[in-house]
Design a protein around this ligand. Sequence first.
Ligand code: HEC
Length: 138
Amino acid sequence: MTKYILLAVILGSVAWAAGLVGLPKSILGFEKWTVVAKNLETGGAHAGQNKQVFANKIAAGAWKKTGKLPIGSLIVKTGGKVSSPTFVATMEKRSSGWYYEEYFPRNGKYVLVYGGPNGQALCKDCHAGGTDELFTRP
Ligand code: HEC
């Protein structure tokens, strides 16, 4: 019996992971991170409905206290349903500064469309207007 329950749990998590296939490993499980903002309906670069912003452990505490985030901080923003987002935008604080990526679902998996190795300026130029390049406040 326990064996079957275990199997069901494993198959269940494989199915879940397949829904978000293509996203970087570093952000998997983000829906359990600290929710910084819910149901944002802002327009602009990330126009869309029902946007949510998540912060990993490293980011969550520091953000509230100082507004500046240490290296290793990860911020994830999704549009639409968190289980099958219409886009996934990420910001990672590296020693060289914030690193940006934005993924969209294409034929059953998420692919990097904006940001990434050749697209930092697009994101960074606009985010330069934020505090430590961030807009959403907890
Ligand atoms: C034209 C301006 C503009 C550009 C270009 C832009 N952003 Fe943003 N971004 C915003 C604004 C404004 C917000 C806050 C409002 C919102 O979430 O809609 C935001 C919010 C975010 C957030 C949530 C954390 C925060 O700062 O509030 C992430 C993550 C993010 N953007 C990633 C990206 C990535 C990745 C790119 C490039 C692919 C990008 N952004 C390009 C304006 C921009």
